[in-house]
Write a protein that binds this ligand. Structure first.
Ligand SMILES: [Zn+2]
Length: 297
């Protein structure tokens, strides 16, 4: 639901009253001035929602957990901003969405996963984060997935799809989604490609659905920090993530396989989803492993 202009004014006054930081206000003004003039807004009536999974959009951190911080940029504010834009972009594509948080509130990792697992319908999970480093030089985008998922998650997936408990199951959906999102982000932003990485993170490990965590940029890199302060770049990030989700869903729809990416023993793996003319991101898996905030998840 979009806020009305009156609502925006009241919310802005509340923010001022609370003494919110300057950058938080900057994000708010940029986002809401755009929606007020209809540049980034999506009218619900313009788009016919289509069949497909519910997309769970997860803004990393929140509340007392500010996440990474550098040069006046605070991760929890950036994730909320980009997640909101991502919701708009996904709805523009006709996809249904739900957010794990819509304000500055603390949400546990368990609760974030529960949103994805408790719906009783197909879901897809995208978590938005930003990175930091001890050095100012690292820059670029990396997308994480967890393969294989936990034993509990695999058991839940088998139950959901009616696969016998004794069957050996490989869940390839996470890698495929991660590669699609990473390819679209690199293509859309021109940022350095730090690759797709397989790591045991709670939100991607325990979700029963295809799930990824995107580290969109390094707050500690001066060039990326400067870009992140512009609404245009944050919008570009959101649009690119949505494009990656769309590419993954298109491939799944074309496969005519309800279990797309879920492989029983002996079944061939599915080829990666890549943006046109982009390089094979799967080759970069596990490379350039230096990360900042990711280790806390
Ligand atoms: Zn983070």
């Amino acid at each position: 639901m979009r806020p009305s202009r009156n609502h925006s004014v009241r919310a802005l006054a509340a923010l001022v009253g609370l003494g919110a930081c300057g950058f938080c206000l900057l994000l708010f003004l940029q986002r809401h001035s755009e929606t007020a003039f209809g540049l980034a807004a999506v009218e619900e009536s313009e788009v016919e929602l289509r069949d497909g999974p519910l997309i769970v959009v997860d803004a990393g951190h929140g509340g007392v957990d500010g996440g990474a911080e550098s040069g006046g940029l605070l991760e929890k504010e950036l994730t909320l901003d980009v997640a909101g834009r991502l919701v708009e972009e996904l709805r523009r594509l006709g996809l249904r969405t739900v957010e794990t948080r819509t304000g500055d509130e603390a949400v546990s990792l368990e609760e974030r996963t529960r949103v994805a697992n408790s719906r009783g319908e197909e879901t897809l999970f995208v978590s938005v984060h930003f990175n930091t480093s001890n050095s100012s030089s690292p820059q670029g985008i990396e997308t994480y997935h967890t393969s294989p998922k936990s034993l509990a998650a695999l058991a839940g997936i088998k139950k959901r799809y009616g696969i016998p408990r004794t069957s050996k199951l490989e869940d390839d959906r996470n890698r495929l989604l991660a590669e699609a999102v990473q390819a679209a982000l690199v293509e859309g932003t021109g940022a350095p490609d730090r690759g797709v990485k397989n790591k045991s993170l709670r939100v991607t490990r325990e979700a029963l659905c295809p799930s990824v965590l995107v580290e969109c940029a390094y707050l500690t890199n001066p060039g990326e920090a400067k870009k992140l302060k512009t609404a245009r770049y944050r919008q570009t990030l959101a649009a690119a993530i949505a494009g990656g989700v769309e590419a993954y869903l298109s491939q799944a729809e074309q496969s005519n396989n309800r279990r797309f990416g879920l492989l029983l023993e002996g079944e061939p793996t599915v080829e990666s989803v890549s943006a046109p003319d982009s390089e094979d991101h799967s080759r970069k898996e596990g490379s350039k492993g230096q990360s900042g905030t990711i280790s806390s998840l």
